[in-house]
Every structure is written in structure tokens, then in C-alpha cells.
Design a protein around this ligand. Structure first.
Ligand SMILES: [Zn+2]
Length: 454
């Protein structure tokens, strides 16, 4: 792919069984947040509350920027209420500070273009009526954190099958699927939001509790290798916004990541919502979630589809699956490359061979290497953040050496990356032991070469 990861680049990718290809890169961001039903999520059947306290997580762009991420989180807060085409619903807003009122939209989940965004209107205190020619689910959006959270009460429309992990039971979910006439269904946990057709939910989601727990596990594994934790302090605290996965109908893409979440094509939706498929063959969704974690200053040219797989590999490993680098014979390709008389990392075409270099750092320096590396990027003052391709390459070698407490230049040179005189000087000045062990020979299953410590 062409690296267009500048400021607000976009990542779209097509995931095939072997390679991942990104297409395109655009600017433009939408911000977004989520509303949790306050009361009554659900005591009986589909009768959950129509009264919501708006979740207040602040501006998702600001959050993404603090985390040094390319993509922000999703601040589409669903109400779980479906509105038919041209049907009007009334949203009653209760708010103390009207100048910071949330917005509302009817989100059409029949998404045929990754740039789709619903038209939000700012709510006024009291009743507001909205409708849309295509219909969809009522979403709320806010960017502010007020002392008293606004409340919205939605009248009209129909409740969709809506599963909330920890609140809804599997039996209630099943009943909602049987009784609701809405074409859509949604499932949420504290971390993930999924929007799919009700027919697909019926086909694949018999145990929504297990499904959402599995999604949480994958989020946790990917955030862990990103150095993020729900209980960590800023700037290493997990984003509060959910990761929003949507079933999409655009035939140009198989799966993609974009602002506010990721899309999975309807023909492959089992990979997202069939819990067993997600856990064993969910590379596509793990990969798209990976795009939502990528750090902008870490991405040098042509690395968008490489860095992303640090996170998918972390998910694969956490789920007890065999490494994709082993399964697909990538190490053999990497060793063939490393044995060439002339090597040039930037000229490598196979993103998985490139990934091998990154993964060998994890193998040699352990589970803490990438979390600490991510933290190191987040601690860099803005003025020191690399912005050009070359600055990013040099910064990576420098920070990786610092985190490994090792002069890693022999490793990077072996892989065909060239340090500048300035980088060499800075790394030497750290006075860490020069790497002598051939850690570039390690694989997941034969990881016996340990870094020399002196
Ligand atoms: Zn991708």
C-alpha cells in the first residue's frame, strides 16, 4: 500500500487468506460516543428503557491524539431503537447546559461505503423530532463532559434485539430475536459495539455472552501489547470509546478500518459474530481492530499493513492459536531474505516477511517489549514526535534500543535498515551492550537465542 498515513489518513484493507492489502487513504474525520441505557436495561423481554443517560467520554479525536493513534474511537452511542423510513421519533432532551447539547442521528446500518456517516443534528432541550428517508437506529453523540450527564428519552420507533454484556441474558436475547420485527440487531460490551442484520444474528449468535466475552479478550490482548490498560494512568489508559464493528455491504472491500470503527462484509460476517469462527479464524477482525490501535509516529512508509499485525499476532497468541508466521512458512521466506548478500528492508514486498523483524523483537525481549515501546512513543513530547518517513525509521531504532536496553543496530542492519550517524551516536551514548546474539534466527517455536546482556 501507499503510505498516506499522514495526519488523518485512513486505512482500508482487503484481507485475503495470505496477504493484507490496503487501498486508499483519505482525510476527514467524524467524531463520535456512546449512550448506555441507564435504567432498565432489561428485565423482561424486549421491554428495556427508552430513557438513556448519555455517556460522556469527551472528544474522541482528542483521545486518539493523546494515545498517538491514527484512528479515534466510535462515539456513536446507540439507543437500540429502530426507526422505519420516514417515521418520526421524538427525542426529549434533559440537560443543564444547553450550549453543550448532544447530537442525534438516525444511523442507517445498510452501509455500502466506508465513509458513510449519519447526519447528526444538535438537540434542543425538550422534545426534538427526527426522521430519515432510509430509516435506521437512533444514535446519540457528544463531545463534552458535563457535570451532570444529559438524558434523552426516545419516543416512537421500535426496540431492536439489543444485547448488553453483563446485563442481558442469553434467553432474553433469544426472545428479542424472536419477537422483534426490526431488521437490525446490536450487541455491546464495555469495549465493543457490534451492529449486524437481525437475520445474521439469528443465524450465528446463539450465545451472545460468549461472543462478547471473546471480543473483550481480543481487545484486551491487543491493548496489552499496545501498553494500554483499563486501570492504567493516562496516557496509557485504554480508550473509553468502544470499538464499533459493522456488517457492511460494499462489494469493493472485504474488511476495513476507518474512523469510528471497522466494517466486515456481510458474506464474511461469521468471522465476526460466530464465536467459534471468531476465536479460531478471526484474523480479519483481529487485524482490523489492530488498525484501530496503530500509532501514527511508529508508521513509516509502507508499514501500515505491517505494524498492524503486531496486534493481530498478539490476539492469535492470546487465543492459543499457532503463529501465522509459522503456519504459513513466513520464517523460511524471512531467512531466505536475510541470507541474501544485499538486504533492503524498505524494498521488501511481503508484509509478513517485514512483520517477522518486528515479531523477533517481541520474541527476544519478551512480553514487555512492545507495551514499553508504545509507552515510549506516548511519552515523547509532541515536539519530538517524528513526522517524516526517515525520522520515523530512525526513531524506531532508537526507542527500540532504549526499551530493549541493548544496542540493536546489528539487528536492524541485518534486516536492511540503515541508521544515520546521528542515530548511531545516540544509541552508542546509551551505553547498552551491543547485540551479538543472532536473535534474527529466532522463530515462535524455536526461540532459544537469548540476547547477550553484556
Ligand atoms: Zn489492513
Amino acid at each position: 500500500m501507499n503510505n498516506k498515513w499522514g495526519k488523518k489518513a485512513i486505512q482500508m484493507c482487503l484481507v485475503t487468506s495470505l496477504t493484507v492489502t490496503a487501498i486508499g487513504g483519505f482525510a476527514g474525520s467524524v467524531s463520535i460516543a456512546w449512550a448506555a441505557p441507564v435504567k432498565g436495561v432489561q428485565t423482561s423481554q424486549t421491554d428495556y428503557s427508552r430513557l438513556f443517560t448519555v455517556e460522556q467520554f469527551g472528544d474522541p479525536d482528542v483521545e486518539a491524539s493523546k494515545l498517538r493513534k491514527v484512528f479515534n474511537g466510535s462515539n456513536h452511542q446507540t439507543t437500540g431503537i429502530y426507526v422505519k423510513p420516514n417515521e418520526t421519533v421524538t427525542i426529549n432532551l434533559t440537560i443543564v447546559n444547553a450550549s453543550k447539547a448532544p447530537r442525534a442521528a438516525i444511523f442507517d446500518p445498510y452501509i455500502t461505503h466506508y465513509k458513510y456517516k449519519p447526519e447528526y443534528v444538535t438537540l434542543k432541550p425538550g422534545p426534538n423530532t427526527i426522521s430519515s428517508p432510509k430509516g435506521g437506529i437512533v444514535y446519540i453523540q457528544t463531545f463534552d463532559i458535563l457535570p451532570v450527564a444529559p438524558q434523552v428519552d426516545v419516543q416512537g420507533g421500535e426496540k431492536i434485539p439489543f444485547f448488553i454484556l453483563g446485563k442481558t441474558t442469553n434467553e432474553e436475547w433469544q426472545r428479542m430475536l424472536d419477537e422483534s420485527e426490526s431488521p437490525w440487531a446490536e450487541l455491546i460490551s464495555d469495549r465493543v459495539h457490534i451492529t449486524v442484520q437481525k437475520s445474521k444474528a439469528k443465524q450465528y449468535v446463539q450465545d451472545p455472552t460468549a461472543l462478547m466475552q471473546a471480543h473483550n479478550r481480543v481487545v484486551e490482548a491487543e491493548e496489552k501489547i499496545s501498553g494500554l490498560g483499563v486501570n492504567s494512568k493516562a496516557p496509557n489508559q485504554s480508550p473509553k470509546y468502544r470499538y464499533h464493528f459493522k456488517e457492511v455491504f460494499d462489494n469493493d472491500s472485504y474488511m476495513y478500518a476507518w474512523y469510528n470503527g471497522a466494517g466486515v462484509h456481510t458474506d464474511s460476517i461469521d468471522k465476526l459474530i460466530d464465536v467459534n469462527t471468531f476465536l479460531t479464524e478471526g484474523w480479519g477482525p483481529w487485524h482490523e481492530l489492530g488498525h484501530l490501535h496503530q500509532l501514527e509516529p511508529m508508521e513509516w512508509d509502507d508499514m501500515g499493513e505491517v505494524m498492524v499485525n503486531i496486534y493481530s499476532m498478539a490476539a492469535q497468541r492470546a487465543l492459543g492459536q499457532k503463529s501465522r508466521l509459522e503456519e504459513e512458512g513466513i520464517y523460511d521466506l524471512a531467512f531466505k531474505y536475510l541470507n541474501q548478500s544485499k538486504v533492503d528492508y524498505h524494498a521488501l514486498e511481503d508484509p509478513f516477511v517485514k512483520l517477522t523483524m518486528l515479531w523477533q523483537l517481541h520474541l527476544a525481549y519478551g512480553d514487555q517489549f512492545y507495551p514499553e515501546l508504545h509507552e515510549a512513543y506516548r511519552y515523547l513530547p509532541k515536539s519530538q514526535l517524528p513526522s517524516t518517513h526517515e525520522e520515523k525509521v530512525q526513531t524506531f531504532m532508537l526507542l527500540a534500543s532504549r526499551v530493549a536496553e541493548q544496542n540493536l543496530l546489528p539487528f536492524f542492519k541485518k534486516w536492511g535498515l540503515t541508521p544515520t550517524a546521528s542515530t548511531t551516536k545516540k544509541i552508542q551514548a546509551m551505553k547498552y551492550p551491543l547485540l551479538k546474539s543472532e536473535i534474527w534466527k529466532n522463530t515462535d517455536s524455536n526461540n532459544s537465542i537469548k540476547p547477550n546482556r553484556r
